[in-house]
Ligand binder design. Structure first.
Ligand code: SAM
Ligand code: SF4
Length: 335
């Protein structure tokens, strides 16, 4: 299949247009489904791409192939210093500009991030119970995260969405309470199936709560109507509450994979280009981006990206006998 001009197309004909930039592997939480409590090996500061290097990759993607969405993530992006500067460099590219965060630093940062050009945030919040929050994140910071949701709303970061990973026996009894919280706050909850990307390799299918089960539980209390497709690729299957009070989404990465519509690519904090969350191969952009003997032109950076995207696979194999969990955890890839 010959690619359309001016777009980045993979070998399955999917057009890529959404860049996820992980800016750090570090985090101030230790969510059990992501990181171990201790023992993570952090990247050295010099290994991280600079903001200028990250923006160069983003600019190449926007100018050459018309990427229309950029999301900053991590690790926890808000632990990297001078974060508003990154958004002030990315905003002129004119794309949708979002960030995924655990929210704990939003009370002090939300206003400056919005002023710098960040448009919207997804805040991770898996529970409203302090003891479950402590068990899941290994930090007693529920109140700060709730204050972070309020700060994001007050700063005009719209829409604010909540990412909620549901794990059997941990928070699956809370989905209706979380939906009620979202309705009351005016924030859309995105319920996400637990994926095998935890550093401790404790994932098992028995701990995955199928999105259909979560949807049914919510529909029984707050009737739902399926949204018409928005035309924009998004992993969440979106529903409106029948009474008109907001919406809710379900990301069924495990039980109903949406790989056929995937338009995403990622770069890790140290500049490895990945065409899939579950990819087993990576393409090192840092030497091409950096001054030095291997430092390259924009054409050479683009060539690495094109070669990687050409090898993007049709889809992940979670649940199949030949599935191999990537050696990196979610925090090291960038969720
Ligand atoms: N630290 C930020 C946060 O927690 O929002 C950004 C990075 S985090 C890796 C991005 C998203 O991945 C979060 O919403 C988190 O809940 C989700 N996540 C992490 N590990 C996951 C897993 N094993 N399965 C499903 N989602 C996961
Ligand atoms: Fe940190 Fe986000 Fe991973 Fe939790 S999910 S440990 S907040 S990177």
């Amino acid at each position: 299949m010959s690619p359309e001009p001016g777009v980045l197309q993979d070998s399955c004909g999917r057009v890529v247009g959404d860049l996820r930039i992980s800016i750090t592997d570090r985090c101030n939480f230790r969510c059990t489904y992501c990181m171990p409590d201790e023992g993570m090996q952090w990247l050295d500061r010099a290994e991280l791409l600079t903001y200028e290097e990250q923006v160069r990759v983003a600019r190449i993607c926007v100018d050459r192939w018309g990427f229309d969405a950029i999301r900053v993530t991590g690790g926890e992006p808000t632990v990297r210093s001078h974060l508003p500067r990154l958004f002030s460099l990315l905003a002129p590219l004119g794309t949708d500009l979002a960030m995924t965060t655990n929210g704990v630093k939003l009370p002090e940062l939300a206003h400056d991030l919005a002023a710098a050009g960040l448009r919207r945030v997804n805040i991770s919040l898996d529970t409203l119970r302090p003891e479950t929050f402590l068990a899941l994140t290994r930090r007693a910071e529920l109140d700060r995260v709730l204050a972070g949701v309020d700060a994001a709303l007050a700063a005009g970061l719209a829409p604010v969405k909540i990412n909620c990973v549901v794990i059997r026996g941990v928070n699956d009894d809370e989905v209706v309470d979380l939906a009620a919280f979202g309705r009351a706050k005016g924030v859309g909850i995105r319920f996400i199936e637990f994926m095998p990307l935890d550093a401790s390799h404790e994932w098992s299918m028995s701990r995955v709560v199928p999105a259909s089960e979560i949807r049914d539980a919510i529909h029984n209390v707050f009737p739902l109507e399926q949204h018409a497709p928005s035309g924009h690729v998004e992993p969440a299957e979106r529903y409106a509450y029948s009474d008109g009070v907001g919406d809710v989404g379900f990301i069924a990465s495990v039980t109903e994979p949406f790989c056929g519509d995937c338009d995403r690519v990622r770069i890790t904090a140290e500049g490895k280009f990945r065409s899939c969350l579950f990819a087993l191969d990576e393409h090192d952009l840092r030497p091409v981006l950096r001054d030095g003997p291997d430092g390259g032109s924009d054409d050479e950076v683009a060539a690495v990206i094109e070669a990687a995207v050409a090898k993007k696979w049709a889809g992940h194999r979670i649940g199949q006998v030949d599935f191999i969990q990537p050696p990196r955890s979610m925090s090291q890839i960038g969720g």
